[in-house]
Design a binder for this molecule. Structure first.
Ligand SMILES: *[C@@H]1O[C@H](CO)[C@@H](O)[C@H](O)[C@H]1NC(C)=O
Ligand SMILES: *[C@@H]1O[C@H](CO)[C@@H](O)[C@H](O)[C@H]1NC(C)=O
Length: 374
């Protein structure tokens, strides 16, 4: 408990990640030590392998050897509650040491998860990674360290093979997401920076998308100072959805300053802009030709659109065929048909009928062609 207390004090005083020489600089997302200035105080933030990135599915290379992401022990609850902390930059939840990540070149042990979000219900953005130019409302990061090579996360995060982070893109929808209630319901208890509260343990895997198969994989960095370039990223192609009410609570519940600070600002828009890709390769575990990252809403819209289109087409075809049958002539409007057309004129028109049908569709021609013969 003591070491945890010290860790919390470090978090408050020195920023989210720890105690490097430069870490007494209080960074923010906007303002005098905003994200455009980070690299002046934290040199690695100006590096060539920074995160987040703007993922373009057409530029990602399909690697069929990438297995589905494999969370280990995420569903196991244990006897202890989890701890939720407002560290002034985000809400962070510590993760028990039995949780890990498999399917990677080394064994990774879970450390913490945290969120990034916007301020307008997701409308102005909020996620860190973007996919094909699309910003999501928020993003969940589950941080793991390479426990096969390093003793602890502080040692690992300075090494190029030190960390593995799962990124989950979050959108808003109509339904309450019960998994996220386990966090959002307790934000009221950690309104101010430096506050922590125990929360009942829950199934952490329920925060992840159902389908852990399709994801993007690339080498990048911490998305907050000191921006160490030590992260093997897994960004899931499938997003998860929380309700508008849940998103609003996440955006408005927390403050970035200490309790009692009169100028404490709402903790909002704590997301970093996409960084240059610089020759890095982004791998996709799935074929980007066939799988795209449509939301449920978009899929519904597409299905309804296609159905309406089909019905419209069927009605049109039905109407055309019916009209052709009832008029037994190429005249589509019965009223326009001459009442007493001389026989010669009608026969004159007959060849034209064939031409018209040929240019439209063959099946109709077959149905309609025999009709002029009584
Ligand atoms: C982390 O590990 C490093 C090297 O193995 C060690 O020097 C350091 O004291 C450890 N830090 C913590 C917080 O345990
Ligand atoms: C990440 O970097 C390591 C070490 O340089 C390399 O072996 C690996 O292939 C890279 N992974 C990706 C997805 O680019």
């Amino acid at each position: 408990m003591d070491s945890f207390g010290i860790e919390i004090i470090f978090l408050i005083l020195f920023g989210q990640w720890t105690s490097c020489a430069c870490a007494d600089t209080h960074w923010t997302y906007t303002g005098s030590v905003g994200q455009s200035q980070w690299s002046e105080y934290f040199p690695e933030c100006g590096g060539a392998k920074q995160s987040p990135i703007a993922v373009e599915t057409s530029q990602a290379r399909h690697d069929p050897s990438l297995p589905p992401a494999r969370p280990l022990g995420y569903r196991q609850l244990g006897d202890e509650p989890f701890t939720l902390t407002n560290n002034g930059h985000t809400v962070e939840m510590s993760l028990p040491r039995w949780m890990g990540l498999g399917g990677l070149p080394w064994q990774f042990t879970a450390v913490q998860l945290h969120l990034h979000w916007g301020s307008h219900g997701g409308l102005g953005g909020g996620s860190e990674h973007t996919i094909n130019g699309h910003s999501y409302a928020a993003e969940l990061h589950v941080v793991h360290y390479n426990s096969e090579l390093y003793n602890n996360v502080s040692a690992a995060m300075r090494q190029s093979d030190g960390l593995a982070v799962l990124g989950v893109l979050i959108e808003t929808g109509e339904d309450t997401n019960p998994a996220f209630e386990n966090i959002i319901n307790y934000l009221e208890n950690i309104k101010h920076a430096g506050q922590s509260a125990p929360i009942p343990a829950f199934d952490v895997q329920s925060l992840l998308p159902l389908n852990l198969g399709p994801y993007f994989r690339y080498n990048g960095s911490l998305t907050t100072p000191p921006c160490y370039q030590s992260v093997l990223w897994t960004v899931f192609a499938e997003s998860v959805a929380v309700s508008h009410v849940q998103m609003r609570k996440l955006e408005t519940a927390l403050f970035s300053g200490l309790a009692g600070e009169s100028d404490s600002l709402p903790l909002q828009d704590n997301y970093r802009k996409p960084q240059p890709l610089n020759r890095r390769m982004v791998l996709a575990s799935f074929s980007t030709d066939t799988v795209t990252t449509y939301s449920i809403g978009e899929v519904c819209a597409m299905v309804i659109g296609v159905l309406c289109g089909c019905i419209g087409l069927a009605v049109t075809i039905h109407f055309v065929i019916k009209t052709i049958r009832s008029t037994s002539s190429w005249d589509v409007l019965p009223s326009a048909r001459p009442t007493s057309l001389p026989r010669s004129k009608e026969t004159e028109k007959e060849p034209k009928q064939d031409v018209v049908f040929k240019t439209t569709s063959d099946p109709e021609k077959e149905e309609a062609a025999p009709q002029p013969e009584p």
